[in-house]
Design a binder for this molecule. Sequence first.
Ligand code: 475
Length: 866
Amino acid sequence: SGKEKWPKGEEKVWRAGMRSVDKNISDVTRSVVNHVQTSLARQPYNLDDFGAYQASALSVRDNLLVNWNETQMNYTRKAPKRAYYLSLEFLMGRTLDNALLNLGLKDQYKDGVKSLGFNMEDLLEKERDAALGNGGLGRLAACYLDSSASQELPVWGYGLRYKYGIFQQLISQDGEQLEAPDPWLENQNPWELPRIDVTYQIRFYGNADRVTDGSGRAIWQGGQEVLAIAYDVMIPGYGTKTTNNLRLWESKPKRGFDLNSFNAGNYEGAVEVSNSADAITSVLYPNDHTFWTAASLADILRRFKNTGKPIKEFPDYIAIQLNDTHPTLAIPELMRILIDEEDLHWNQAWHIVTNTFFYTNHTVLPEALEKWPVPLLEHVLPRHMQIIYDIVSAQSYIFHRPKLISSDRTCMVSFPYVHPELTADVAPFRFFLQAVEKKYPGDRDRLARMSLIEEGAPKQVRMAFLACVGSRKVNGVAELHSELVQTTILKDFVDFDGISKFGNVTNGITPRRWLDQCNPELSALISKTLQLSPGAWLKELTKLEGLLPYAESKTFRAEWAAIKQRNKERLARHVEVTLGLKVRTDAMYDVQIKRLHEYKRQTLNILGVIHRYLTLKSLKPAERAKANRKVVFFAGKAAPAYYIAKLTIRLIVNVARVINADPETNEYLQLYFLPDYSVSLAEVLIPASDISQHISTAGTEASGTSNMKFCLNGGLLLGTVDGANIEIAEEVGESNVFFFGHLTPAVEDLRYQHVYHPVPIEQKCPALAQVLNQISGGLFGGDGVYEPLLNTIRQGDYYLLTDDFDSYIAALAMVDEAYLDKEEWIKKSIKTTAKMGKFSSDRAINEYAESYWNIEAIPVPDGIVA
Ligand code: 475
């Protein structure tokens, strides 16, 4: 058939790249072509967007690897103190655009792929999100890695390489959330590097026998060993060579195949071992949190030992941050290594441990505090359970001899170790209770409250307490939250340990992803206006204050508003392409996107939407025509077993169906539930928002981080006086946020009232009663299906919807009124962005580095690192 027609780009460019000699094509083009040819073994004839994405990614990875190697060599040579961020979740999202931005190669690659016939924006869309996390906590870890590298700090992340990310959310015909697996690795992941040379053997089960020499040592043997294999993900800093590492562990059975079982005819048994070990990293949230913390510690210790420093200097060179309690078993694991393998005395080991670890708490909700059944731990990790009992005994000694402890001691080390065998080795726990009771006669409550082990059937280890006693510092994630940590869940430990152990580091977000990448037009306008290069303000975000005077400029406001409008259009296009729905763009965009949870009160929002709908319906057309046009967006996943949260989704979807189809009102009110919320979807939603909702019951949302993202992009905030909302208002001024609802100190009393002096909703909040009646009456179908959800409000109303509804509706009305004055609204928007500098994760990570970890920036020198 003769010569095939060259499908994309210019033939001579491709050919030049393939011959690798033509000086007229850029290095970028040559490298992409090279990967098409050799890594992918594909032909230009049939190369699709996905193939072009893959080749570009591999080419970018080459650049990252060079920097990564230099960074690591520099660290090895300088041997500075390092910090390790242990997190069960890293919600990285997509990588290509971020890597290009941080490397400063966006334009080169855009042009490079263009000359090959591709459009970079299309290629970026081909990348699958790395969704190894649930929500805020996991995304925070990702922002902190970005900032650590950008600040040139020697920080590595450690986590798990899940074979499946968080489930994909599908919404059924009747509005039900369905979960589908997310096999994100099935197309190969160009951003990871398998390190088959870095493996560790991790033991489970078996027996731990104490050595009876009074040393506290034990021998743990038997059971089953699992292999941990390292996969490295490069983390480039913005505008710096520093490229840090995120090391994720995969589990592999030690023996893939049991030949004995096979020969004995037990075919299933032969692969059984293999299956149970694989299960550890196969889904997000395995039952087993230990394996990766043990692998990470072994890796950290090996790296430390390579420096040749004595083990007692461990805390001078290593800080380990625990991202919530999920990695807390690292505490007994390091004790085990130091005592059983490094032959340290218990006291020395405890001294090292309590100067190495730092613990961040992310929630004060009692039901979310991790507890592990003692029998389970005894079975799976018998040695760790012994060590936890030893810590309990040691704690008891402190209770017993409080005078020995000076107020300025830095850790629980200055006491002689009381070996459990000296007491009752059968029940050291009882010894703890006895000792504590002796110290606080009559105050049995306090003692039961403070024990690392909660009484009950079964007994359970309180992981937050273990993390607290085993750490140098404990912090919350916003001012109010940290105060609540200190005055509620860890109050007894503040009394006992002193306040200096406790602190606050308000969360932050990376302005690279959450402004420059997701809102390129706004970023360009800011650079132009401030007359700064992007690098000059993206790394010093308080420079945004320079925008303040421009709020008074009409032309600047027009540019600002036009960008918001185009971001709405971009979102509307996205909804049309992905869902086939037409969203109007001449309306206010009101967004609530976060995990579905009762405390976050998506229910309050949807009840407010229904109230608005009923109000619109009740108006005469002439009155209605004066209404503010509004489109309400929801997105978020519910835990698969969280029945009430799933019902909320169902209600939202069915309300949307009714009101979007109502010709009387749908000019003024539209509602969308966007399925399968993700980092990438957030990047489209956030820049398009006029107002976003952060409306948790006061005292329940630790911080929130999307609130920061919306405000950074000039969206205003409607919220309760909770979490980081408070600090945002402090920065941008209360006149630029819309606050409503009861305050934290009132919550407990209101809950008490609900239980002991309930007032009928009809009486307490007639507007809400009307909304509930409409739902019950079947206006949104469902045949009574929503009753369990409505009953959470009618009975008990733990999250205070009946208390906050009226002030919520009033706040919504204030938002409408403010929006009517467009010029004033845009001023607020500009002023909000201008004052968001505090919320850069660069600020947050520097606080950790200086006040907690005591680490310094280690820039990669120019030239080759020798
Ligand atoms: C808070 N996730 C936000 C954010 O600090 C805060 C819990 C258990 C198991 C798995 N994941 C979790 C969280 O607890 C979580 O995401 N917490 C969030 O951490 C960062 O901004 O207020 O709810």
